[in-house]
Design a protein around this ligand. Structure first.
Ligand code: ZN
Ligand code: FE
Length: 253
C-alpha cells in the first residue's frame, strides 16, 4: 500500500491517525480526540485535510471534530446508525459500505461491543479499530455484550496476518501486565512485554501492531485456543464464554 499513515498522540493516551496519499495529496484522519496535534501535524507536513473518519461517539474520539472541521473544511464521515450521538456528519456510512479514503477502497465493518454503533475502517493492510481490538487488548464493554465484542474480534481475526491494527489508545503496557496473568508461559508474549517496556521508556507508541503478533499474544483474540481455555479453567466451553471470562478478569485487574 502506497499510503503514509502517521500515529499522532493526543490527550493523555489517545491516538489519531493521519492517512496520506503521496500522489494525490489526499489526507484523512481517523478520530479527533483534540484538534491541536492534528493541525500541527498537518502544518508540519504541508498536508491539506479532506476527510475525518469517526469510529464511535465517545468524547475522547470526537471532541476536536468541530474545531478541525472549521479550520480545514474537511468532510466528516461516521455511522448513520449512531448519527444522533456523533458530531454533524457530511457522509453517513453503514456497515458493509465501501468508501474511498485517499484513493483506497475502504470497507466499513461493524465493531460493536465497546459501544453499540462502533464501526471500524478496513483498508488492504490496515485496520482502524478504535476501541474494539486494541494492542494486546480490547475495549471495555460499555454498551454491548461480550458476545457482540467476540463477534467483532472474530471479524478482525479473519483479516490477513500482515494487517496493521491502528487502535485508539496507548494502553499496551497495562494490557501486557494483564496478558501475562493469563499466559505467563507464552514466550511470544514475554518477548513482546520486554519490547513494550523499552518502547514506553522512550514514549514510543506501541500502536500500530501487526495482526500476526496479536494472534500470538493478545489473550482476548486467543480465547479459542485450548491452552488459553485451560489457563482460565474453562476447557470445553465456547470461545465466546472464554472471551467473556477474560474480559471480566481484565475489568477487575
Ligand atoms: Zn471509547
Ligand atoms: Fe477511547
Amino acid at each position: 500500500m502506497k499510503l503514509q499513515i502517521v500515529t499522532l498522540p493526543c490527550l493523555a493516551d489517545n491516538y489519531a491517525f493521519l492517512i496520506h496519499h503521496p500522489d494525490t495529496q489526499q489526507t484523512s484522519v481517523v478520530d479527533v480526540p483534540e484538534a491541536a496535534p492534528i493541525l500541527a501535524a498537518l502544518k508540519d507536513r504541508n498536508w491539506k485535510l479532506d476527510t475525518i473518519l469517526l469510529t464511535h461517539h465517545h468524547d475522547d474520539h470526537i471532541a476536536g471534530v468541530d474545531e478541525l472541521r472549521t479550520v480545514t473544511n474537511a468532510q466528516v464521515v461516521g455511522s448513520e446508525r449512531d448519527k444522533a450521538r456523533l458530531p454533524k456528519l457530511d457522509i453517513h456510512v453503514r456497515v458493509g459500505d465501501q468508501i474511498d479514503v485517499c484513493s483506497v477502497t475502504t470497507e466499513v465493518i461493524a465493531a460493536d461491543g465497546h459501544t453499540i454503533g462502533h464501526i471500524a475502517y478496513i483498508m488492504p493492510g490496515a485496520a482502524f479499530t478504535g476501541d474494539s481490538l486494541m494492542a494486546l487488548g480490547c475495549g471495555k464493554l460499555f454498551e454491548g455484550s461480550a458476545d457482540m465484542m467476540w463477534e467483532t474480534l472474530e471479524r478482525f481475526a479473519g483479516l490477513p496476518d500482515e494487517t496493521m491494527i491502528y487502535s485508539g489508545h496507548e494502553y499496551t503496557a497495562n494490557n501486557a501486565d494483564f496478558a501475562l496473568t493469563i499466559e505467563p508461559g507464552n514466550t511470544a508474549l514475554q518477548k513482546r512485554y520486554a519490547e513494550i517496556q523499552t518502547a514506553r521508556a522512550s514514549k514510543t507508541p506501541t500502536v500500530p501492531s501487526e495482526l500476526s503478533l496479536e494472534r500470538e499474544t493478545n489473550p482476548f483474540l486467543r480465547a479459542p485456543l485450548p491452552e488459553v481455555k485451560r489457563a482460565v479453567g474453562m476447557e470445553g466451553e465456547s470461545d465466546a464464554a472464554v472471551f467473556a471470562e477474560i474480559r471480566r478478569r481484565k475489568d477487575c485487574f
